[in-house]
Design a protein around this ligand. Sequence first.
Ligand code: PNS
Length: 185
Amino acid sequence: MHKTTAIYPGSFDPPTNGHLDLIERGSKIFDELIVAILRNPDKDPLFNVSERVAMLEALTGQYSNVRVDTFDGLTVDYADRVGASSVLRGIRALSDYEYELQMALMNRKLRPELETVFMMPAEKYSYLSSRLVREVAQLGGSVKGLVPELVEQNLRGKLDPAFKLGEFPHDTRSESRKFRARKKA
Ligand code: PNS
């Protein structure tokens, strides 16, 4: 029987619960789903590519038909290399549509046989983006419930090395306030 492989390309910096929601949905409709992290040397990411691979591998380990990979260059060329017939992308709100439509149509122009499949994450994640998660975390806000616990911990470790080293064992301030206090210092 013909096996359908899809790629789910993105930056995943960091992976959010919205991404995982989409991965779960995608894993149900494709035989194989490859979460493909763009290696983009132009960007200044919060998590490097290896950190993002490690997080996504840990977070998708329960899906036997999902694997994590990295790519650079065109998405359509990567899809070709791994034998994928579809590109999975999430659409959260109308505001995503224009950018996603442009990308899907450009990809179609470059490789007409590659289909873009749009799926909607659960509405509770409709406002969620990696950019906002980064911003909120960097400014000391809570991202609980927006990202998996593993990502939440890694964000804390990344943004507040003192938290990782356990420098505040007797400090009763909340982690976010500690972070702000350290930033001011
Ligand atoms: O999660 P993101 O950052 O919105 O993902 C964007 C991504 C990686 C899907 C897009 O930037 C992309 O496909 N980049 C690879 C280069 C490419 O193929 N560009 C032409 C797309 S029309």
